[in-house]
Design a binder for this molecule. Structure first.
Ligand SMILES: NC(=O)c1ccc[n+]([C@@H]2O[C@H](COP(=O)([O-])OP(=O)(O)OC[C@H]3O[C@@H](n4cnc5c(N)ncnc54)[C@H](OP(=O)(O)O)[C@@H]3O)[C@@H](O)[C@H]2O)c1
Length: 242
C-alpha cells in the first residue's frame, strides 16, 4: 500500500490529528483526499474535497458515500474524549456513539467502495484501549470496544482483500488532551507515523514515541497470539459484511 495516487477519506479532518493526516496524505501524493468534517472546510489544494460528515448522523453518512467516486483508504479518526469518573452512565453512551458506533457505521457505509479497490481501513485508537486510563474511563471503554471491533473486522474482511489497521496512539499535542501535562508528540509526526505503518502493512500501528515503547512487546505478546488464534475460527463460508 502506498498513498501516492490513492483516494483517502479522513473523518474529523478539520483539526488535530485529522487535519495533519489530510496534509500528510497530500504530501505523499494522494490523488484525492476527502476531508470529513462537521462544518464545511475550505482547502486550497485542488485534490482535497470537503465532505460534511458527522459520524453519528446516518443521513450525512449516506450523502457522503454518494459524493465519493472511489476509495482506497478510510481513516476513522473522529473522536471525543471527556473527563468522567463512571458516576454518570450517559458518559459511556456519549463516547460509544462517536468512538464505536460512529466508526462502525462509517466503515459499513464505505465498505462496498473499499472492497472494490481492495483498500484499507485505519482506525485511530489509543494506548488506553489496551489499559484503561481511570481519569477518562468512559473514553477508555469506547476505545477498547473499538479495538475489539477492529480485530474482528480484520479477520472478517481478510478474505475480501480489505486490510484493517489499528492505530495505537499515545499522547499527541491536540485540543483533546490540553489538560494533561505530559510529553506529547506533534500531530504532524503522528500523521507521518500512521502512513508509514500503513505503507509497511502493519496490522497495529504505533506512530509516536510513547506507543512505540510497547510495540515490540505487543507484537510478540499473548494478546496478539490469541488474536491470530481466534481469527482462525472464521469459517470460509461466513456471511460477508458490506
Ligand atoms: N490527542 C491524543 O493524545 C490522542 C491519543 C489517542 C488517541 N487519539 C485519537 O485520535 C483521534 C483524533 O484526536 P485529536 O487528538 O485530533 O482530537 P481533537 O483535536 O479533539 O479533534 C477531534 C476531531 O474529531 C471530530 N469529531 C468529534 N465528534 C465528531 C462527530 N460526531 N462526527 C465527526 N467528527 C467528530 C472533531 O470535529 P469538531 O471540530 O467538529 O469538534 C475534530 O475534528 C481521536 O479518535 C482520538 O480519540 C488522540
Amino acid at each position: 500500500m502506498t498513498i501516492a495516487d490513492k483516494a483517502v477519506l479522513i473523518t474529523g479532518a478539520n483539526r488535530g490529528i485529522g487535519r495533519a493526516l489530510v496534509e500528510e496524505a497530500l504530501r505523499r501524493g494522494a490523488k484525492r483526499v476527502y476531508a470529513g468534517t462537521r462544518q464545511p472546510l475550505a482547502h486550497i489544494d485542488g485534490r482535497a474535497r470537503s465532505l460534511t460528515l458527522d459520524v453519528t448522523n446516518t443521513e450525512q453518512i449516506q450523502a457522503a458515500v454518494k459524493r465519493v467516486e472511489s476509495l482506497d483508504v478510510l481513516i476513522n479518526n473522529a473522536g471525543i474524549a471527556l473527563y468522567d469518573n463512571l458516576t454518570n452512565l450517559d458518559a459511556i453512551g456519549q463516547h460509544l456513539a462517536v468512538n464505536l458506533f460512529g466508526m462502525f457505521n462509517v466503515t459499513r457505509a464505505f465498505l462496498p467502495l473499499l472492497k472494490r479497490s481492495k483498500g484499507a481501513i485505519v482506525n485511530n485508537l489509543s494506548l488506553v484501549a489496551l489499559a484503561g486510563l481511570p481519569v477518562i474511563p468512559a473514553y477508555s471503554i469506547s476505545k477498547a470496544a473499538a479495538f475489539t471491533m477492529t480485530q474482528s473486522l480484520r479477520a472478517l474482511l481478510a478474505g475480501q482483500g480489505v486490510t484493517v489497521h489499528a492505530v495505537v496512539l499515545g499522547p499527541i499535542d491536540t485540543d483533546m488532551n490540553r489538560g494533561f501535562d505530559i510529553p506529547k508528540a506533534s500531530p504532524e509526526s503522528a500523521a507521518q507515523g500512521i502512513f508509514d505503518g500503513l505503507e509497511k502493512g502493519e496490522d497495529d500501528i504505533f506512530p509516536d514515541p510513547a506507543s512505540q515503547s510497547i510495540a515490540a512487546d505487543w507484537r510478540t505478546g499473548a494478546a496478539k497470539a490469541l488474536e491470530r488464534q481466534f481469527a482462525g475460527f472464521v469459517p470460509e463460508t461466513a456471511a460477508t459484511l458490506g
